[in-house]
Design a protein around this ligand. Structure first.
Ligand SMILES: *[C@@H]1O[C@H](CO)[C@@H](O)[C@H](O)[C@H]1NC(C)=O
Ligand SMILES: *[C@@H]1O[C@H](CO)[C@@H](O)[C@H](O)[C@H]1NC(C)=O
Ligand SMILES: *[C@@H]1O[C@H](CO)[C@@H](O)[C@H](O)[C@H]1NC(C)=O
Ligand SMILES: *[C@@H]1O[C@H](CO)[C@@H](O)[C@H](O)[C@H]1NC(C)=O
Ligand SMILES: *[C@@H]1O[C@H](CO)[C@@H](O)[C@H](O)[C@H]1NC(C)=O
Length: 803
């Protein structure tokens, strides 16, 4: 095939007499791909005609060390040239110009010069038009397409614009640019709508860690793998400091990524990405639909209740109502009765008529009702000043469904539709075997059958394979079929998830040789130390005990599962160490310590306790996400619930049941028991199957401890007046008090921690205790799932139909 021949010749050129300059008055022809090409002196880059489709070529700078050339810059991405008699010419006037077969100029540098000029391809991939004295008139680094090379500056004028897809190089929808406030941002610019989605758009610049004051507007990827921006943003790739080829690309899925070139595999690998929650990218699921992330299937879209998909092959078109929208108006004729349905933990970014500060859900609902058809529903989120922000929505766009979002959406529907329509299938157990919805493949165009194109397609899929979703799918396949995935794949995945590999020496240094004085905890499978890493960050370092020994590959495989977990209520894992028999995990360090420390003192007021209960439920619900039960915690207890500076809980020590010997979970007898006495579900003792309901049980116990201030490890006195005082375990103590009390107010008072001194909300105590008692049912089938718990603790409870 032509391109293979070209490749072969390229290699020859690199070693023999390839030229890196084009002199004035000469041209390169699309018809002579092997000779009419510039090759940088070091052979890393070439400039020539790159085939983008059937008889379609773009003049490009390509990186040539990869298995197939990688375009890093294109002159005419949106207007490919004919494969016959098109040329690139450096005219005597000093203009560099691309002329199509029809003799029309498609692109030019619009330069002119009286002195002698030449075009030169530098070793760093920069194509320059310069005089013999070295004055630069034009350079490709000033007008990037979707790629930034080390040393190339992203500036005010020069932004990155994604390709349409991995196979279609024309301009896509996602832009990385400096906004007028001097902040580097990602923008979705679709056919009809446009919005910024990175950094977090509803935060101020300073909350996002950006400065608006530096007007220089320069961002740069350096050759060590650091990406630096003049607004203060800074990030290091996972292989920071390694010397290799790198590039930063605004990928077609809207996520800017840094890639490193793997010399052995001759492939680009992801070593950093800006966005870890893929549904926060805008424009992926259209109007009236929601984006959800599934750890295995990746990103999916689904319609809201009462809506149906417009084009299942193109989710950007979103969903359309199954009811007559006039029914939402307040006109005399059509005044159908309306109602609201809650969509928990869902966000629709933007498109509110106004933001209201309200005291209750009812108030927000009334506002929306009175706005008639100008309000399609509303989003409600708790703000920090003990009221709610109410966002009445005019359209439903940028929807995402994510347990890490702490607000809810209330959808307005005609009562009739609400009753007759089904809830969207999302948590249905049937989904495990079948896909919930179409994958997001709108960018992928069906190619015409053609041998050259097939080749291109093969090339593109090699590039595309780097996309995280693809990796996940492949990896999952390997994992499922019990093949031992090779280390390389896991390293790649680990770096894609942002993990750092630490040396044992560094961690030993950090903890002064794992000394006793640095010990901060002892849990299942190991001892935790506080340590100061070489970069001065404090970390919680868990040294896994040697009976947790397992092969390196297996360890890395399990670790990559944990690495994909990312939730505000889960502790952040920074990295790991595998060296010889040493297995160490490195986590963020929580200054405030654990819930256990606070339960013994009375520094946690009611609001904080309630927030901890809600946050912990959300974190665990996320762990148990969907029906895969891919991560059970197995040791939920106050010692494993850490508190951040705002007293938000972060669940720690998860994933260890997987990291420890997996066979133990399936085995029987004493050895399989994990967890801590007092918090353990009966299944452990009765040798029943272990499911996510063991965590639900332990969670229920922790909640009872938080409400009562009484320990689950001890027994408590119950005054049975006539029969004297008896001792009870915590669960029976609570239920006996409730059964003995005549009215709610009495039992709430009798149960609540005396240290609260009556400062609590009766309704919240009531709901927490009721939920907790459901969680600690002996029959695991009677217990709710963790996501049901999270829903029940949302303001005003689940499945709540108003009016
Ligand atoms: C790439 O996408 C653009 C925009 O959708 C389209 O016009 C063009 O034909 C596509 N090119 C190829 C080679 O498929
Ligand atoms: C602005 O950013 C540039 C590039 O990062 C830096 O060199 C310069 O010192 C910054 N200026 C100020 C005033 O911080
Ligand atoms: C990147 O590494 C440098 C050098 O070790 C360090 O100073 C900097 O803080 C790191 N940046 C981030 C965001 O971790
Ligand atoms: C954009 O708006 C036009 C006109 O309203 C509409 O026909 C089209 O479907 C919209 N496109 C998308 C992707 O929403
Ligand atoms: C229609 O419903 C709205 C909201 O319930 C109410 O304010 C309005 O008065 C009703 N109009 C008629 C004509 O019943």
């Amino acid at each position: 095939m032509a391109i293979q021949v070209l490749l072969l010749l390229l290699t020859c050129f690199a070693t023999s007499a390839a030229k890196d300059t084009l002199s004035q008055g000469s041209s390169l022809s699309v018809e002579k791909p092997t000779t009419d090409i510039l090759v940088s002196a070091n052979g890393d880059f070439s400039a020539g005609f790159f085939q983008v489709g059937d008889n379609a070529f773009c003049f490009s700078v390509m990186f040539t060390r990869s298995q197939t050339p990688t375009p890093v810059w294109m002159a005419n991405r949106d207007q490919p040239l004919n494969g016959k008699s098109s040329t690139l010419s450096l005219l005597k006037s000093g203009n560099l110009i691309l002329i199509d077969a029809g003799r029309t100029p498609f692109w030019s540098t619009t330069t002119s010069s009286s002195s002698e000029l030449h075009l030169k391809l530098n070793n760093n991939g920069n194509l320059l038009l310069q005089t013999s004295q070295g004055t630069v008139l034009w350079q490709s680094f000033d007008s990037p397409t979707d790629t930034l090379l080390p040393g190339q500056k992203l500036t005010d004028q020069a932004f990155l614009l994604s390709s349409r897809s991995t196979t279609n190089f024309s301009s896509g929808f996602y832009k990385l640019f400096f906004d007028t406030d001097n902040v580097l941002k990602c923008l979705y610019k679709g056919p009809n709508i446009s919005s910024v989605y990175w950094p977090t758009p509803y935060n101020t610049a300073s909350t996002n860690g950006r400065s608006t004051f530096n007007i220089s507007r320069i961002a740069l990827l350096d050759s060590y793998g650091a990406f630096l921006s003049s607004d203060g943003f800074q990030s290091n790739s996972t292989d920071y400091l390694a010397t290799l080829h790198r590039k930063l690309v605004m990928d077609p899925d809207g996520n800017p990524r840094i890639y490193s070139f793997n010399q052995n595999r001759k492939m680009w690998e992801v070593t950093w990405q800006a966005i870890n929650a893929p549904c926060t990218v805008h424009g992926l699921c259209g109007a009236n639909s929601l984006c959800a992330y599934h750890p295995v299937n990746g990103r999916t879209c689904y319609c809201m209740q009462g809506f149906k998909v417009k084009d299942p092959n193109d989710w950007t078109q979103g969903c359309v109502p199954e009811f007559d929208e006039e029914q939402l108006s307040c006109s005399r004729k059509k005044n159908a009765s309306i109602d609201f349905v809650i969509l928990p933990s869902t966000e629709f970014y933007g498109y509110e008529s106004k933001v209201y500060n309200v005291a209750s859900l009812i108030q927000c609902r009334n506002i929306c009702t009175q706005l008639c058809d100008n309000c399609k529903g509303f989003q409600l989120s708790f703000n920090n000043i003990r009221t709610y922000n109410c966002y009445p929505k005019t359209v439903w766009l940028n929807g995402r469904d994510s347990p890490d979002f702490s607000g809810d959406t209330y959808l307005k529907l005609p009562k009739q539709t609400l009753l007759s329509s089904k809830k969207p299938l999302k948590h249905s157990p049937m989904e495990c075997s079948s896909r919930l919805s179409q994958p997001l493949d709108r960018f992928y165009q069906k190619p015409r059958r053609n041998s050259t194109l097939n080749f291109l397609l093969w090339f593109a899929s090699a590039v595309g394979a780097l996309e995280l979703t693809a990796i996940l799918a492949v990896w999952f396949f390997l994992f499922r079929t019990n093949k031992q995935p090779d280390h390389e794949d896991q390293r790649l995945l680990l770096s894609a998830t942002g993990f750092q590999r630490f040396s044992y020496a560094e961690l030993k240094r950090a903890t002064k040789g794992f000394s006793h004085s640095h010990e901060i905890g002892r849990g299942s499978g190991g001892v935790v130390y506080k340590g100061k890493l070489d970069d001065d960050r404090f970390a919680a370092i868990k040294l896994l005990s040697s009976d947790a020994n397992q092969g390196e590959a297996e360890f890395l495989a399990e670790l990559s599962t944990i690495g994909m977990l990312n939730h505000m209520n889960l502790i952040d894992m920074w990295g790991y160490c595998v060296e010889g028999k040493h297995r160490v995990l490195v986590y963020e360090y929580m200054e405030h310590g654990s819930l256990a420390d606070y339960l013994s003192s009375n520094t946690l007021d009611w609001k904080k306790r309630f927030d901890v209960a809600v946050g912990t439920a959300k974190g665990l619900a996320y762990l148990h996400e969907e029906c895969l039960e891919w991560v059970l915690h197995c040791d939920v207890k106050p010692q494993n619930i850490l508190l951040d500076s705002n007293f938000q809980p972060k669940v720690a020590d998860f994933g260890l049941s997987k990291l420890l010997n997996r066979d133990e979970r399936a085995g029987s007898g004493f050895s399989r028991i994990r967890g801590t006495r007092g918090y353990m579900a009966p299944e452990w003792v009765y040798n029943l199957p272990i499911t996510s309901k063991v965590d639900v049980y332990s969670y229920g116990i922790v909640v009872l401890e938080m409400v009562t201030g009484k320990s689950a490890m001890e027994t408590h006195s119950l005054d049975l007046s006539s029969r004297g005082i008896e001792q009870r375990r915590l669960v029976t103590w609570v239920s006996d008090v409730i059964n003995g009390a005549p009215k709610t107010e009495f039992w709430v008072e009798a149960i609540a921690d005396p240290k609260l001194e009556g400062e609590y909300e009766i309704s919240q105590v009531e709901v927490l205790v009721k939920v907790a008692l459901q969680c600690v049912q002996d029959d695991m089938n009677q217990r709710p799932s963790m996501s049901q718990v999270a829903e029940m603790l949302q303001p005003h409870g689940k499945t709540l139909l108003l009016c």
